[in-house]
Write a protein that binds this ligand. Structure first.
Ligand code: ADP
Ligand code: MG
Length: 473
């Protein structure tokens, strides 16, 4: 609010005596005085030098006091100057009219000096208080505004901070995930390469001697036949001496000639089996094949089963695990054969672990431990392999975390927690397929592997591969 800092009071009256009386009284009281004798000149004067207060006569030549006041009050520069009407009319209507024009007060003529001064003082004091309040109000408003600004800035800052923390956290967990993936890849690559070379080396070394034993067994068979026939001939053609007769009895020639061919043929079965195992080992490891190839998936499954055959056989405390194969009519599938075999191995090993876990629980109902392997063509592009067991089953919490690297529910030394994550990586990243699982606790588990028949046809598949669902989306 603007107020004049002078001590100036403007008296507006057209009666010289009134002016005189008032001027004298106010000068005596220490005020500076300005006078005007009409509304028009008062308005001009106010603009020229704004007073602290105006004493305004109602009856004026030209525009009257009310009109003058109205003009003062509608001008923003002058509207805050207190106006006290001076009126001879003792009429309430006039007073009310005066007040409704925003004049602050009125005095009646003839003047009582003391009254005039008292009113002037009160209004100046009121004005001072108003000014102080307005000033304070302004300061308060300013403070509120500053605080609002500061608060907004603070909020903005905290939002930014939150955003940054979020981004960092995301980056960190992404980095952690990548690190774990890299670790898995590394372990997988190293383990597979080492194992593959070892297995392939051993298989190769065994292969030659087994082959010549197996091949020579045929000759041994012939030779023994010949020798036995020769002995028979001797027996019929020449009569044996005592020494020979004794020896014949000692060696029980009759039993020997019956048992020897049997022994030889069981040896042959044995070497045949070793040959098969060697072939399976070579087929399983296939470490020489770093590239995709057209592969018979069933051959891979068979090799895998052959290698873990010892785990399927009956043990002193477990019955044998039955393997039911329901192979469909599969085409050759383009894949990394060695890696897919590793997936089969991981999944079947887990199934056996789950079956053993159930059989270990003495109080659980005895089960007929079974692994079922089914294969089928899903559509023109995909094949599907189901590997299920009637073992312990998997809780939902474990299902959620099962594919995480190093996640295991098995005791230390038994589980590495890598089988499923490696398998998942091989199926999804390497082959653009999917690996999923359906399980209910206590009933068993079914793993479903889907891979494309022609990996190279998946144009979307980048070098490091992507999942089928990714490819579809
Ligand atoms: N067929 C299954 N039946 C029950 N649980 C399974 C089966 N396959 C996997 N799991 C669960 O998934 C976990 C992770 O498996 P995996 O990655 O192969 O690690 P590991 O076998 O070394 O524990 C296992 O510890 C087990 O809890
Ligand atoms: Mg495992």
């Amino acid at each position: 609010m603007y107020i004049s800092n002078t001590n100036l009071i403007l008296i507006v009256d057209d009666t010289p005596t009134n002016l005189e009386v008032l001027s004298e009284a106010l000068t005596d009281a220490g005020f500076d005085i300005a006078v005007a004798t009409s509304g028009e000149s008062a308005l001009k004067q106010v603009e020229y030098e704004p007073p602290r207060l105006i004493l305004l006569d109602v009856m004026l030549p030209g525009i009257d006091g009310f009109a003058t006041c109205h003009q003062l009050k509608t001008n923003p520069l002058t509207k805050n100057i207190p106006v006290i009407f001076m009126t001879a009319l003792n009429d309430t209507l006039d007073k009310v009219q005066g007040l409704s024009l925003d004049a602050v007060d009125y005095i009646t003529k003839p003047f009582q000096k003391a009254e005039v001064l008292a009113r002037i003082h009160i209004h100046l004091k009121l004005q001072n208080i108003t000014v102080a309040m307005e000033e304070q109000n302004k300061l308060l408003k300013q403070e509120i505004q500053e605080r609002t600004v500061a608060q907004a800035a603070l909020q903005q800052l905290s939002q930014e901070l939150e955003q940054r923390v979020l981004q960092r956290t995301q980056k960190l967990s992404q980095a952690l995930h990548e690190l774990q993936q890299a670790q898995v890849s590394l372990v997988e690559a190293e383990k597979l390469a080492m194992l593959g070379h070892l297995v392939a080396g051993v298989a190769h070394e065994i292969n030659n001697p087994v082959n010549f034993i197996h091949g020579n067994l045929e000759h041994v068979n012939h030779y023994t036949q010949d020798l036995l026939e020769l002995i028979k001939l001797y027996q019929t053609e020449c009569s044996p001496t005592l020494k020979i007769a004794q020896k014949l009895q000692e060696i029980d020639l009759e039993f020997l000639s019956e048992d020897l061919p049997k022994t030889l043929s069981s040896m042959k079965i044995g070497t045949k089996r070793i040959q098969e195992i060697v072939r399976s080992l070579r087929n399983f490891s296939r470490c020489d094949e770093a590239e995709v190839k057209q592969v018979d998936i069933h051959e891979g499954l068979e090799s895998t089963l052959m290698i873990i055959d010892h785990r399927l056989k009956a043990k002193p405390n477990y019955p044998a695990i039955r393997v039911i194969k329901e192979y469909g009519d599969l085409p050759q599938v383009e894949c990394f054969a060695g890696k897919m075999n590793q997936v089969f191995m991981n999944v079947i090993n887990n199934a056996i672990d789950a079956l053993e876990e159930v059989m270990d629980k003495r109080n659980s109902l005895p089960i007929l431990p079974t692994i079922r392997i089914q294969t089928e063509v899903l559509d023109a592009e995909y094949i599907r392999i189901y590997i299920s067991d009637n073992g312990s089953g998997i809780t939902e919490e474990v299902q959620k975390r099962m594919f995480e690297p190093f996640f295991t529910t098995k005791p230390a030394g038994k589980g590495t927690g890598l089988g499923m994550s490696i398998s998942h990586q091989i199926v999804t990243q390497k082959h653009g397929g999917s690996l999923s699982c359906i399980s209910s606790l206590g009933k068993g588990t079914e793993f479903i592997i889907e891979i494309p028949i022609q990996r190279s046809k998946l144009h979307q598949l980048p070098m490091n591969g992507m999942t089928k669902s990714q490819a579809a989306s």
